[in-house]
Design a protein around this ligand. Structure first.
Ligand code: FES
Length: 133
């Protein structure tokens, strides 16, 4: 049997909501992983397409994050409502979804504007919470 055509890794890392980097599944719900598993099953794409839960993929501020290999595609801010179009368009048709794409210039880059903005949002939320208590 050939190797996976698409191996989708879904970050389910859980950190405290005020962690400076945030995390992809702060509630530990696994909703995103379950949505991918269901979509792959519904479309009968297994076993060559597989969705696996993963630990931190190091793009935390842009989460929830998934990575698709061997293509090396990273998507950020992925919601369960995005799963159907990711599977249909990216997995089945090879189309990159630009609105979700974490570009080469953003991967592992803590100075990219989206990362800086997200860290500021997390810090502001933490300060607001501290002022309330
Ligand atoms: S917590 Fe998901 S990429 Fe780090």
């Amino acid at each position: 049997m050939p190797a996976f055509t698409h191996h989708i890794f879904i970050c389910g890392n859980q950190r405290a909501c005020d962690h400076p980097r945030g995390s992809c599944d702060p509630e530990g719900s696994n909703k995103l992983r379950e949505a991918f598993k269901n979509e792959i099953k519904t479309r009968k794409l297994g076993p060559l397409v597989r969705a696996n839960g993963a630990g931190c993929l190091e793009q935390c501020e842009l989460g929830p994050v998934i990575a698709i290999y061997p293509q090396g595609i990273f998507y950020g801010n992925v919601q369960p409502t995005d799963v159907s179009r990711i599977v249909e368009q990216t997995v089945q048709q090879g189309v990159i979804l630009e609105d979700l794409l974490i570009g080469e210039d953003e991967l592992n880059n803590p100075t990219t504007p989206r990362v800086v903005e997200r860290r500021q949002q997390i810090q502001a939320a933490k300060q607001a919470k501290q002022q309330q208590s």
